[in-house]
Design a protein around this ligand. Sequence first.
Ligand code: PHE
Length: 332
Amino acid sequence: MIDDLSELTRAALDSIALATSTDELRRLEHEHLGKDADLMVARRQLGGLPVEQRKDAGQAINAARQLVEQSIHERQIALAADERAAQFDAERLDLTEVATDVAVGHAHIVSQAWEELEDVFLGMGFRVAEGPEVETDWHNFDALNIPPGHPARDGFDTIYVKYGEAGSTLLRTHTSPVQIRTMLAQEPPIHVIAPGRVFRRDTADATHMPVFHQLEGLVIDRDISLADLAGTIEAFTTAYFGAGFSSRLRPNHFPFTEPSAEFDIQRPDGSWLELGGCGMVHPNVLRAGGVDPEQWSGFAFGFGIDRLALMKFGVDDLRELFTNDVRFLSQF
Ligand code: PHE
């Protein structure tokens, strides 16, 4: 029995020494020390031995078990260290590596259109003006010859802000209030554009959004005529879209211009796209801006930037511009 035991122990120690992973070691531990292991079975059979052999045999079995336990423990420590080292090696980051496939974004197509338009108008001698998005009712309407009760107010689907007297503060419905702010801030001659966000109580669909972008233009100088307006619109159209495009004015009505027109651009395929409104600045508007209509005259225009971006990039649903799906945006 003692011979058997040393044979058994040697075999166990050999297999433990040869184990190559902590998983394998766990299996060996079960095999040599588990309930059904030979050593454990022998221990349970001690009771069947003659009394004088029992003590020695018991001690031998315990010594063997301790030896096996000890060697499993040591091998476990060594294998775990190896495995950790291998894992660290596999997961090492080379921080000196130069990345070659970094994803770099770009300006949104509305921003691209906005910036290109600024470039075009700056090249034509305009300066960029700004105004607040939260406006007074006076700048957005009254000063633009739209007094309280004027039917044109209904057409704007205004979003009012709870501030001050009821109805006195709103989210600007167009960029035209910047005309007033600019006239009040500087003497003519004035040549400005005012790109910016505007707001209307609209339900989002393929051609409408409650928030969109407009670009306003205002020129105040001596002897400005409708021909200057038409020429400016034609010049900007061809500068922005390219040589195959042209523009036309169609009579229309706005309270803040007289005469007023709508302007369209013609695509190379001959089709027309309605782009915005324009006209000669109404004398009441000049007066509200502190400009003497006897000495100065001017024109103004305004159009949607988003629409123009849609057309330039061949997109047919305005909502695409605002859902900010990178898969869509990264195409441009
Ligand atoms: N503000 C007008 C609109 O939003 C556009 C416009 C601007 C018309 C300037 C005439 C002159 O519809």
